[in-house]
Design a protein around this ligand. Sequence first.
Ligand code: SF4
Length: 280
Amino acid sequence: MAQLPRFFSPTAAGTYRQCPLRWKYRYIDKLPDPPGEPALVGTFAHRVLEHLCDEPADDRTHDRAKELAGEAWRWISTRDDFAALGLDAAAERRFRWKAWTAIDALWQLEDPARVAVRSTEQHISTTLDKVPFRGVIDRLDDADDGLVVTDYKSGKPPRRDRRNEALAQVLLYAAAVEADTGERPVRARLLFLGGNREIVETRVDDALLATTTGNLTTTWAALEGDCATDTFAPSPGPLCGWCAYVGTCEEGRSEVMQRAAAGRLRDDAPARQVLDISGA
Ligand code: SF4
């Protein structure tokens, strides 16, 4: 019998839904799952935006963001996970450019000097429908119509038919805020800072909260079952190409090899390097 985790985050729930075996490798076996370059670009941009929004409103300027980006660069460039990317000088410049492009995108979506920020990087742990929930909320704002949950995404916005799925994370944060404080946020938003910059948002209502919390409960129940029997099924698919455990997982390796042979494995899939598969 595997030990149930003490807390369940939206990230952990997403990993489990994608592939129970991947969840086990990461959360039970604690095998390393180092962030790739896109994740570290996101970490860099998040840090700058967090510190920018901690400033008094009038100081949330481009110039201040540039100073904070300099500090964030000194912070991230000394981390082991950054060193593990093995970037040369040109690649480091591209990394900084990508991060700055994401930071700069904030001004195309909203003027941070006009946002009434209540808190940034707020850690929250509570119980949602008997599930021990934990998360970190990028930003809580006091808007004219009430409290707003905001989360930054450094990637591109999802397709229209996947937006509700993407909003599940911020809806869970809204449910957690209400469970913890009694105050229900009125809106939940995702600020996409990469590609086509866009705010994807929804109003928070009973039906959405019930659906999102219900999905979390269903996922938790499935996880409880897997932990009780200590069986975590692999769920091979396109994302095996980006799974840190593809060198360990037989099903994932087989999936990736088949995709590569059929010309259906993207050239930028990290699994190519792990499994020594040459490009198309
Ligand atoms: S390689 Fe694929 S099947 Fe294997 S653990 Fe990773 S995501 Fe799951």
